[in-house]
Ligand binder design. Structure first.
Ligand code: F0G
Length: 355
């Protein structure tokens, strides 16, 4: 059989910078090479040049695929028959997809009732064993770490070095797309693996844009300087109180001359709605925290800024519907009614500040 591939896998594309030999097995869904999209409206508001790194364009709809192709490829190479993770949803969906692709078993631990519908649907349809923990993400991760110490299952959370290695390739792409000319990166921070990855990627290429990380105000252990027992935010992806890469993230932000700060849920939702309504960009709430932070704190003199949009908006239809439901206009099958429905005064627009 001749296999035609339209795009190289992330591992093939960046192999010389990744811990893989030419003959190592590659489990890929053609991840990476995501579009960098100019953001005219946000640029105007902030008074500088702003781009979105659209990580939702990855195969399972989030940046996790960059790390997962590496983590699952390494697991297969090392003979693992199963992978496991604790997750707020995106890692679970990505692990499930790559495990399906590899023909190995996947188990995910998710906090009960706290994961977005799209992510749960993905994880289930890929055939993962979904364990709904009556506790938090942080408790789930602690238990999973104990479990893998006793069983031959490969842990694919961002504690896994291959995850960080894979995710650093987003920084390579940015430098390539912008010819190295980037002053500031705005990025959501949850378990803190991704900001760690970007910094590693930038450093390996000799670049050092400032990193502004943003945590949701109700789940901001790195800003508060201590763990948060009951993290709470509308951005379920980053509802995390004890980030395992917290130290690395603080180091990355400090070394880059940046910071980690908070954005409130209403600031996140305002940015979320603004991006969708004015930029045509539908990212999930956690992703909008990067834009919310830029709008709140400004670019601090940076000339060229990238906001990382970590996950696709469709991941979390419930939040989208909760802020827009009133905008649906009912219409009987009748031309006069349709005329009024189509041409009448607008119903509550998606950009309205009220929720
Ligand atoms: N944005 C999205 C959409 C995420 O899913 C996550 C993390 C983050 C941002 C934060 O990235 O943890 O590397 O700082 N999601 C993890 C998960 C925790 O289980 O899917 P981070």
């Amino acid at each position: 059989m001749t296999i035609v591939s339209t795009r190289p896998s992330l591992i093939d594309r960046w192999r010389e910078h990744l811990p893989f030999e030419p003959d190592d097995p590659v489990v890929s869904l053609s991840e990476g090479a995501t579009p960098l999209v100019f953001a005219p409206v946000i640029s105007e508001l902030v008074g500088t040049e702003v781009y979105f790194k659209t990580e939702g364009a990855n195969p399972t709809g989030s940046f996790k695929d960059r790390g997962m192709t590496c983590a699952v490829s390494a697991a297969v190479r090392d003979g693992a028959k199963a992978v496991i993770c604790a997750s707020t949803g995106n890692t679970a969906a990505s692990a499930a997809a790559y495990a399906a692709r590899a023909g190995i078993t996947c188990a995910v631990i998710v906090p009960e009732g706290k994961i977005a519908m799209g992510k749960l649907a993905q994880t289930l349809i890929h055939g993962a064993r979904v364990v709904s923990l009556q506790g938090s993400f942080d408790e789930g991760l602690e238990l999973v770490r104990t479990l893998v110490a006793e069983h031959p299952i490969s842990l694919v959370n961002s504690l896994n070095e291959y995850r960080i290695e894979g995710q650093k390739t987003a920084a390579f792409e940015l430098l390539e797309d912008l010819s190295g000319d980037l002053d500031l990166l705005c990025i959501p921070v949850g378990n803190a693996g991704n900001i760690t990855s970007y910094w590693r990627g930038f450093r390996e290429m000799g670049a050092s844009p400032r990193l502004f990380g943003f945590q949701a105000a109700g789940a901001a252990p790195l800003v508060l300087g201590h763990p948060v027992e009951h993290p709470d935010t509308v951005a379920s992806a980053i509802r995390i109180g004890k980030p395992v890469r917290g130290e690395d993230a603080l180091t990355a932000a400090a070394e880059s001359g940046g910071t980690i700060r908070t954005v409130s849920d209403s600031e996140i939702l305002d940015a979320y709605k603004l991006m969708a309504a004015k930029e045509g960009m539908f990212a999930e709430p956690a992703s909008a925290s990067s834009v919310a932070g830029l709008l709140k704190y400004g670019a601090d003199g940076a000339r060229r800024v990238v906001c990382v949009l970590t996950g696709r908006g469709l991941k979390d239809p419930e939040v989208a519907l909760s802020v827009t439901r009133d905008a649906v206009i009912p219409c009987p099958v009748e031309i006069g009614a349709m005329e009024e429905a189509v041409l009448g005064p607008p119903r509550e627009p998606a950009t309205a500040a009220s929720q």
